[in-house]
Design a protein around this ligand. Structure first.
Ligand SMILES: Cc1cc2nc3c(=O)[nH]c(=O)nc-3n(C[C@H](O)[C@H](O)[C@H](O)COP(=O)(O)O)c2cc1C
Length: 355
């Protein structure tokens, strides 16, 4: 319920909100620490997190692992004892190393999407870290619950449902994205929750359900709780905050974007995503190829010789505020954001002020 703290095992969120992980360099320690300090769950994105390290081009894995430690420590200093974890995408090369690093660093949780994190329980078996898959359809929820319970005799500590209005890479085909409206997707959320409750009963253990994608005001937040979710996940709305780690020029693109500027794109590895139209996207859509300057081996399925552009380079441009050369990932309702807020003002707006 909206006003109640959420328990995730021995962790307590004073306010039922997760800040969604945003790579590259959009949700780092400042944003995650601020959300955690206000009683939510702050999520650091591990995606190419070491992009500002001196040795990033030569040894991205080493640079990323080092940056994970530094960002978690900085977030903890800001978080006033609040909950901080990592978003680690299954599609990333060296997924296993990043997961182990997060667990060894003592992060509170790992959330994994962009693929189903089938082996995640095995990777963290000896650690108390909480783990959660991200799913978009009931079928994926069923597959992961069944697989984890059969193979590892465990269930997720929480489960994130990412709806069709989310930002970044999306867990839907283009046809599904066109098919769903808030009502039909509400039905799908209901099916996922029923499946989750079945496993909760079987294991006698709570799985908190977190719903995200297009939650940018109080009414949408209330709608998510009415569907029976335990917490909401919000990403785009947090980009337009003072604490967000993104460059100010990137935040400004969110404030300037109109509804018509938000488009679906196909990422270089074929997954659909959502972004703000700009000079970069126009060049790509005209068929121009922007070859990678250097491949840092970020995604498992990427073939550097065939892709229209390098997603790491396009997202690093975004993080640095070079917005005309950047892929500007955003959620579907980003056009509704018209002012820069603070993490606290956004949380109060979505959940009501704390008493
Ligand atoms: C700029 C941006 C970057 C994102 N990067 C990631 C990511 O690296 N990994 C991931 O699992 N989700 C990513 N997402 C998805 C968010 O974590 C979140 O679930 C989703 O955007 C929620 O919808 P909202 O943006 O409408 O609040 C990203 C979203 C945005 C807007």
């Amino acid at each position: 319920m909206k006003g109640m703290p959420v328990k995730i095992g021995d962790l307590t969120l004073q306010r039922p909100i997760f800040q969604g992980g945003m790579g590259i360099g959009i949700s780092l320690s400042r944003l995650a620490g601020a959300v955690a300090a206000e009683g939510g769950a702050g999520t650091i994105s591990a995606a190419q997190i070491g992009f500002l390290e001196k040795d990033f081009d030569e040894n991205p894995l080493k640079a990323n692992l080092r940056a994970m430690g530094r960002e978690l420590q900085k977030a903890r200093e800001l978080a006033k004892g609040g909950v901080v974890g990592f978003n680690i995408m299954v599609a990333m090369n060296h997924y296993e190393e990043y997961v182990r690093e997060a667990a060894e660093l003592g992060a509170d949780f790992i959330v994994s999407g962009a693929g189903l994190p089938v082996e995640l329980p095995a990777l963290v078996r000896t650690f108390p870290i909480k783990i959660a898959p991200i799913v978009s359809m009931e079928k994926s929820a069923r597959v992961i619950l069944q697989y984890w319970s059969k193979k590892f005799d465990r269930i997720p500590d929480f489960l994130v449902i990412e709806g069709p209005k989310a930002g970044g890479h999306l867990g839907f085909t283009k046809e599904q994205l066109e098919h769903f409206d808030p009502d039909t997707y509400g039905d799908e959320v209901g099916r996922i929750i029923r499946r989750v409750r079945e496993y909760e009963e079987r294991f006698g253990q709570k799985i908190a359900v977190v719903l995200g994608g297009g939650i940018s005001d109080r009414e949408q937040a209330d709608g998510a709780f009415r569907l029976g979710t335990d917490a909401i996940q919000v990403a785009s709305r947090f980009v337009a905050t003072r604490e967000c780690d993104a460059d100010e020029a990137y935040k400004q693109t969110y404030l300037d974007a109109g509804k018509e500027d938000i488009v679906l794109v196909k990422s270089p590895v074929g997954m659909p995503g959502r972004a703000i139209r700009n000079g970069f996207l126009e060049r790509v859509q005209k068929g121009e190829r922007i070859p990678p300057k250097k491949c840092r081996g970020c995604l498992r399925r990427c073939k550097p010789a065939e892709i229209p552009y390098c997603i790491t380079e396009a997202l690093i441009h975004a993080a640095k505020g070079e917005v005309e050369d950047a892929l500007l990932f955003c959620g579907a309702d980003t056009w509704k954001i018209t002012e820069l807020g603070t993490v606290k003002s956004v949380m109060d707006e979505l959940l009501g002020p704390t008493v």
